[in-house]
Design a protein around this ligand. Structure first.
Ligand SMILES: [Zn+2]
Length: 438
């Protein structure tokens, strides 16, 4: 059986693929998604959406982990060289990325928000011909950056939905307010809070997010609720001591490297919590300046994750205590900075029936599952909780696709057919909401 949604998705599919490939070729990491944001904004404007770009979309003081200004500047210059016009850049300069698109239909209906993350990872992309972006000529042209989590796909799905909605207003009986959140800086759990604090979730009745892959492996499979979102906190710690000549007067130094090494071993030895899964990782450590100098500075990047917020805050507190103790042991100054955060969340179950029913009409949708454990962190949870706080409905889909290698791998790739499947799923659910939710 075919119907108009299936036909529309079919017609949009080549564009979904070409948008995804374009985005894939120009990956940008958290708070530097200048070209990506401008690309999204220009399409949405063309299709009649009211667009909020950069500073208009995110709350400046609620941005976690904004890169150093030198790096931001470099990325801004690159984006301008790649075609971003200077007026648009003014709205984004200084690490203000992301786009919100809104359509106030004027007809009574729910406020529906959908979130798509847009940032890339800091990985050098695979070059071998097994890797389709390399083979087909859309491999990343930005050194050390790659879309290795599928956010290029998420962005393309969001654009597809915007296009489908705007050209089928009557068919879909679109009502209420539709708001599309193209969120920057999901990696490292840095960007969601800035959209929450800007107020975009305050009045939302129905909220949907989702991810391709992540354990959903079959094309045509949609999972209604990802579960087991781990609460997480990201920290940077800087230990500051005193340099000294390592041969002549080592006693005058205060050794930040030794303190950092002591801290790392003890951080990884924090006792497990009985309430659930706990994780801690020190992912980066750099210290010292030369062979014959007592190391004056050390810098650590670490993260904690917990199955519940209690477990995560237990880990965070213990981590802080250990860092302070190590600093004290070596008589150093310590600076700790929170760089990102996500909480745990549980999707709203009460609309599972409605969503399942909507998806059941999907031509491309072969299997609808109730839930699947994510076992990772996602700052979308801040949005989910915000919406549920005022009794709104919020859930997070998984869209099945085989993935070559895992997420965050240099050879990560997915089956582009999932773009059409996700678009069809979201369009059907949005259509159903307009009929069902007052
Ligand atoms: Zn991701």
């Amino acid at each position: 059986m075919t119907d108009w949604i299936a036909d529309e998705v079919e017609a949009l599919f080549p564009q979904l693929v070409s948008w995804r490939r374009e985005l894939h070729r120009y990956p940008e990491s958290g708070w530097t998604e200048y070209r990506t944001s401008a690309f999204i904004a220009s399409k949405l404007r063309e299709w009649g959406w009211k667009v909020y770009l950069g500073r208009e979309a995110v709350e400046p003081s609620a941005r976690y982990g904004v890169p150093e200004s030198e790096y931001l500047h470099e990325c801004e210059q690159r984006a301008i060289a790649e075609g971003v016009n200077p007026e648009e850049m003014e709205l984004m300069q200084g690490g203000f990325t992301g786009v919100v698109a809104e359509w106030v239909t004027g007809r009574p209906g729910p406020v529906t928000a959908l979130r798509f993350d847009i940032d890339s990872n800091e990985i050098e992309e695979a070059e071998d011909i097994d890797h389709s972006p390399a083979r087909e000529g859309y491999r990343s042209c930005h050194l050390g950056l790659m879309h290795a989590c599928g956010h290029d796909g998420h962005t393309a799905i969001g654009l597809g939905l915007a296009r489908l909605l705007s050209q089928n207003e009557d068919n879909l009986a679109v009502a209420g307010i539709i708001r599309l959140l193209f969120q920057p800086s999901e990696e490292g759990s840095r960007g969601a809070l800035a959209m929450v604090e800007k107020g975009w979730l305050e009045d939302v009745d129905c909220f949907l997010g989702g991810h391709i892959g992540f354990g959903a492996e079959h094309l045509g499979e949609i999972v209604l609720n990802a579960t087991h979102f781990y609460a997480t906190t990201k920290w940077d710690a800087l230990l500051r001591g005193q340099a000294a000549h390592a041969g002549r007067e080592p006693e005058k130094g205060k050794n930040a490297l030794l303190a950092a090494a002591t801290a790392v071993l003890n951080l990884h030895a924090i006792t497990q919590h009985s309430d659930g899964v706990s994780r801690l990782n020190v992912g980066r450590l750099s210290a010292g300046s030369g062979r014959n100098i007592i190391p004056a500075e050390a810098w650590l990047q670490l993260e904690t994750r917990g199955e519940t917020e209690e477990v995560n805050s237990y880990l965070s507190q213990e981590a802080e205590r250990i860092l302070r103790a190590a600093a004290q042991m070596y008589d150093l100054d310590l600076e700790i900075k929170k760089m990102g955060e996500a909480v745990s969340a549980v999707g709203s179950m009460v609309w599972d029936g409605l969503r399942r029913q909507a998806l059941a009409h999907g031509n491309r949708i072969e299997l609808i599952r109730d839930s699947l454990a994510l076992g990772a962190s996602e700052d979308v949870t801040l949005m989910i909780n915000k919406v549920q706080e005022h009794d709104g409905l919020a859930s997070y889909f998984l869209f099945g696709t085989p993935v070559k290698y895992g997420h965050h791998h240099q050879g990560f790739d997915f089956d582009e057919k999932v773009l059409a499947i996700a678009l069809e799923g979201l369009a059907r659910v949005v259509g159903e909401l307009n009929r069902s939710v007052p």
